[in-house]
Design a protein around this ligand. Structure first.
Ligand code: ACM
Ligand code: ZN
Length: 763
C-alpha cells in the first residue's frame, strides 16, 4: 500500500470520527481565513463563542507551546487562558500515523487540536490563533474542520543585518512574525561589505573595526555624485545574544541559518584584517551599496581564517545548513595577485572561476567534516559545484535548475519573485527602494519548482525563500513595510497545496488578515488598496482609468497642474469613480509636450497617487515590437513606450521595458506623413542591477514604407535624442547592445539589460 493511500485512509477515518460535527449540520465550505491556507477547511457557518477566558486542557500540550499560546492569545485578543488537566474547551490529541508536520483542528461545541509532532502542534496553535474573529464586543471562532500539512520543507525568510543593523528585540519580532505564518528557516545575513555583525572571539577586530562604518550613502547609490551622511553607524551581536536568538527561534520551530560571506562581500572583514585581501591595503568598512573588487585572497591563510571563524559559528548555530555566500565576487584582484595565481598553478586550475570553486570546496570539505551542509548563492556553480553543496538560486531559476539536474539540493529564491527589497507598487507614494518591481500578485504566483525541471529531479527542490536586503531599509518599520503583506503571499507559495485564486486571497487579506496585522501592530503596506491606473489605447491617444479593490472607492482629482486640458478631450471631475476615463489626445496641438501632473486621492485610505503624463504628439501610438521584452519587465508591453509616462530614475516601479538581447528592433507608423524634428528615447543606467546603456541606435525613416533613409548611427545616452528634420510616416529603430557585461563590472559575463522608456517623436 502506498504511503499516500494510507494517509488518505487515516484521514478518512479521522473524518468519520468527526461525523457528528461534519454532517449533522448544514455544512458550508468557505475559503479559510488562515494564511497560509490549510489543505482542508470546512466551516458550518456557525460560531463558537469565546468568553473572556478560554479553558485549556494541557494534557498533550507541550509546555513551550502552552507559554507561546498564552502570550500570543493575550497579545492579539486580550483574552486570558485558564488551564486544567481534565476536559477543557480546547483539548489536544496526538495522532502519530499521519504525514509529518500535519495537524487538524475541529471546532464544534468544544475544540480539538490533533497533531503528529510538536512542530505540527505549534503550526496548529498558530492556525488556531488566526481563526479568532471579533463580532462587535465579543470574540468568536468559526465552527470548522481544518486539516493541514506543509508543501515544502524549506520555507525561508532572510534578513540582511549588515547594510542596516536590527536589534535583538527587532530580530525576535521578525522571528515571531515568521512563526505566525509558518516559516521555518531564518537565513541571517550577518556579514557583508558594510558591516560585520557577529562576535568572533578569536578575531576581536572583526567587530571592533568591522562592525562600524564612518559614513553611509544618502539616497540611491545610483544617484551620482554620491553624497554621504557622516557619523559612525553599526552594531553587532555578542555570542550570548546570538545564542538567545537561536533559542528563541528554536522554540518557534525555526532553524537559524547563519550566512558568513566569502570570498566576496568581505570588505568589513578586510577592514579589520587586510592581510587576508590580495593587496594587503587597508580600506575602511564600506559606506556605499554595491559590489566591490576587494574580496578575500584565495591563499591558504584566508581559508584557515575562515575555518576558524566557522568553528565559532558552528558552536553557536546548531542548524544543518551553513550559508557561505559565494555571490558577486569580482575576479579583478585575483587576476593580478601572485598568491592567487600560485594557488591556481599549484592546483591546475584553468581560470579564476575554477579558483572560486576551489575556495568553496575547501570550506565544503570542512563543513562536511563537522557534520554540516554548505549552502551558497548560485555563483557557487561557477567553475564546478562542490560535491556536498546546496544551491540557493537567486539569479533567476537557471542556477537552481542546473544544480537540481546535477542532483544537488536547491532552495529557490529568484529575484523575480522573492526579493522583498524591490518596489511593491508603482505608486509615487512608495518610499525609496533599490529598484525592481515585485507585486503581491507576482509573489503569490511563485512556484519553487521550475516548469522545465524533470519530474525525477523535483525532489531536489527543498523549497523557497524570500530575501530582504536592507540597503534602503533603515529601520524595523520600513522592514515591516517591505515584508508585509508579501510574506503572506510567500507563505501561501511555500506551504499551501490548494491555493485559492489571487483575487480570493486579496479579499481575505483585506477582510481578515490585515486586521490581524493591525492587532500585531505590523506596519504593513496597503498598496493593494491604493488607487491603480489602467492605461488604454484609444483611437487618438490614451485613456486612463483609476480603480481600486476597495468596493465603491471614490477618487478625487486633487491637483491637476499645468495642462492646457482641452475640454473636448479631457474630462475632469472633482470626483471620479472607477468608471470614468481621462482622455489624452495626440491630435490636439494644445496638449503637445505639456507635462500634466495629476494627483488622484482615494477616499478610503486618503492615499494620493501622483502621475505625470507627457502629452506629446505620439502618445498612444501603435508600435510594432519586433523584439519582445523579457517577460520579467514587460508591463504594459504594447503601450509602455508611448503611454506618456517617462520611466523614472532611479529605477522605480514598472514603467520600463527590459530587454536582454543584443539587437532590439521596433517599428512605428505615424499614420500620416509629417515633418519630424527629432526623436527621443530614454535608456536606463543602473549598473548594480546589471542595467547598462546599449552601444548605439540606428534610426531609418520613410514616407512610403518602401524607400528608407538611414540616419547616422548614434551612440546611446541616457536621454538619447537624434535630429531627424525630415518628412516621414514610417520609422524603424534598431538598438545594438553589448553581448556581455565587461570584466570588473557588476554582473560581469552576463548579458546586460537594456531598459527603454519613453519614446517620443517630436514634430
Ligand atoms: C544576492 O542578491 N547578491 C544574493
Ligand atoms: Zn589573492
Amino acid at each position: 500500500m502506498s504511503r499516500n493511500f494510507i494517509n488518505t485512509l487515516v484521514f478518512l477515518l479521522f473524518l468519520i470520527g468527526n461525523y457528528n460535527f461534519l454532517f449533522s449540520q448544514n455544512t458550508v465550505t468557505k475559503q479559510s481565513p488562515i494564511v497560509p491556507n490549510p489543505s482542508v477547511y470546512i466551516a458550518t457557518g456557525e460560531d463558537f463563542n469565546l468568553d473572556n477566558e478560554l479553558l485549556i486542557n494541557t494534557t498533550n500540550l507541550p509546555l513551550e507551546i502552552q507559554n507561546y499560546l498564552t502570550i500570543e492569545f493575550r497579545k492579539l485578543y486580550g483574552i486570558s487562558l485558564r488551564y486544567t488537566t481534565s476536559k477543557g474547551q480546547l483539548n489536544f490529541k496526538t495522532f502519530r500515523n499521519v504525514p509529518k508536520d500535519s495537524y487538524s483542528i475541529n471546532v464544534a461545541d468544544d475544540i480539538t487540536i490533533t497533531y503528529s509532532s510538536e512542530q505540527s502542534c505549534f503550526y496548529a496553535v498558530n492556525s488556531f490563533l488566526q481563526l479568532v474573529k471579533q463580532n462587535q464586543d465579543s470574540f468568536v471562532i468559526p465552527k470548522c474542520f481544518v486539516d493541514d500539512a506543509p508543501k515544502f520543507e524549506w520555507r525561508g525568510m532572510h534578513l540582511d543585518v549588515s547594510r542596516h543593523f536590527f536589534s535583538v528585540d527587532e530580530v525576535k519580532r521578525y522571528i515571531d512574525l515568521m512563526a505566525f505564518y509558518k516559516f521555518n528557516k531564518f537565513h541571517w545575513h550577518l556579514t557583508d561589505d558594510q558591516g560585520w555583525r557577529i562576535e568572533i572571539k578569536q578575531f576581536p577586530k572583526l567587530t571592533e573595526i568591522g562592525a562600524w562604518r564612518d559614513s553611509t550613502v544618502i539616497g540611491h547609490a545610483n544617484s551620482k555624485p554620491n553624497q554621504y551622511s557622516k557619523g559612525k553607524y553599526g552594531g553587532f551581536y555578542t555570542q550570548a545574544q546570538i545564542k538567545d536568538i537561536v533559542k528563541y527561534a528554536t522554540d518557534r520551530y525555526i532553524s537559524v541559518i547563519p550566512e558568513i560571506e566569502m570570498p566576496g562581500h568581505a570588505r568589513a572583514a578586510l577592514a579589520a584584517y587586510p592581510e587576508y585581501s590580495c593587496t594587503g591595503l587597508k580600506h575602511g568598512v564600506e559606506g556605499l551599496w554595491g559590489v566591490f573588487d576587494d574580496i578575500y585572497c584565495s591563499k591558504m591563510e584566508t581559508i584557515d581564517f575562515n575555518k576558524k571563524i566557522l568553528d565559532e559559528v558552528l558552536s553557536l548555530f546548531p542548524s544543518e545548513y551553513i550559508h557561505i555566500g559565494g555571490d558577486e565576487a569580482p575576479k579583478t584582484r585575483w587576476k593580478e595577485c601572485e598568491n592567487c595565481q600560485k594557488v591556481m598553478k599549484e592546483n591546475g586550475l584553468k581560470d579564476e572561476h575554477a579558483l572560486q570553486s576551489y575556495f568553496i570546496k575547501q570550506i565544503d570539505v570542512y563543513l562536511t567534516s563537522k557534520g554540516r551542509k554548505l549552502i551558497g548563492w548560485d555563483e557557487i556553480l561557477e567553475g564546478g559545484l562542490s560535491p556536498n553543496a546546496t544551491v540557493m538560486s537567486w539569479q533567476g531559476e537557471s542556477g537552481g535548475l542546473e544544480a537540481a539536474k546535477q542532483k544537488h539540493a536547491v532552495v529557490m529564491s529568484p529575484s523575480s519573485h522573492c526579493y522583498f527589497d524591490h518596489y511593491q507598487a508603482s505608486s509615487s507614494t512608495e518610499p525609496l527602494a533599490i529598484g525592481g518591481f515585485l507585486t503581491l500578485e507576482k509573489v503569490y504566483s511563485f512556484d519553487p519548482i521550475p516548469k522545465e525541471l524533470n519530474i525525477q529531479d523535483r525532489v531536489y527542490i527543498l523549497g523557497g525563500q524570500a530575501n530582504v536586503w536592507t540597503e534602503y531599509i533603515p529601520n524595523i518599520k520600513q522592514l515591516e513595510y517591505m515584508a508585509f503583506p508579501r510574506m503572506l503571499a510567500m507563505s501561501q507559495a511555500l506551504w499551501t497545496t490548494q491555493k485559492p485564486t489571487y483575487v480570493d486571497f486579496e479579499k481575505e487579506l483585506v477582510v481578515h488578515q490585515f486586521k490581524l496585522l493591525d492587532r500585531l501592530k505590523v506596519n504593513y503596506s496597503k498598496a493593494i488598496m491604493y488607487p491603480k491606473i489602467d492605461y488604454l489605447r484609444t483611437k487618438n491617444g490614451i485613456g486612463i482609468v483609476v480603480h481600486s479593490i476597495v468596493a465603491d472607492e471614490k477618487f478625487e482629482l486633487e491637483k491637476v497642474e499645468k495642462p492646457s486640458f482641452n475640454n473636448h478631450t479631457v474630462t475632469i471631475h472633482n470626483q471620479i469613480t472607477q468608471k470614468d476615463t481621462l482622455y489624452f489626445d495626440r491630435t490636439r496641438k494644445s496638449n503637445f509636450t505639456k507635462i500634466s501632473t495629476i494627483t488622484v486621492k482615494a477616499e478610503t485610505l486618503k492615499k494620493a497617487l501622483r502621475f505625470e503624463i507627457n502629452s506629446n504628439s505620439t502618445i498612444g501610438l501603435p508600435v510594432n515590437l519586433i523584439t519582445k521584452p523579457n517577460p520579467k519587465f514587460n508591463n504594459r508591453e504594447n503601450l509602455a513606450l508611448f503611454d506618456g509616462v517617462r520611466g523614472s530614475r532611479p529605477w522605480k516601479g514598472d514603467e520600463w521595458l527590459g530587454f536582454d538581447v543584443d539587437t532590439i528592433q521596433f517599428e512605428l507608423d505615424l499614420l500620416k506623413s509629417s515633418k519630424i524634428k527629432k526623436m527621443n528615447i530614454g535608456f536606463l543606467m543602473a549598473k548594480s542591477s546589471w542595467i547598462y546603456l546599449p552601444q548605439h541606435v540606428e534610426i531609418s525613416v520613410s514616407k512610403d514604407n518602401a524607400n528608407w533613409t538611414a540616419l547616422p548611427k548614434a551612440d546611446a545616452t541616457e536621454y538619447f535624442t537624434q535630429k531627424v528634420n525630415k518628412k516621414a510616416r514610417y520609422i524603424k529603430v534598431q538598438i545594438i547592445a553589448d553581448h556581455k557585461i565587461p570584466e570588473g563590472q557588476p554582473g560581469e559575463g552576463f548579458h546586460p539589460w537594456t531598459f527603454i522608456d519613453e519614446v517620443e517623436v517630436i514634430k
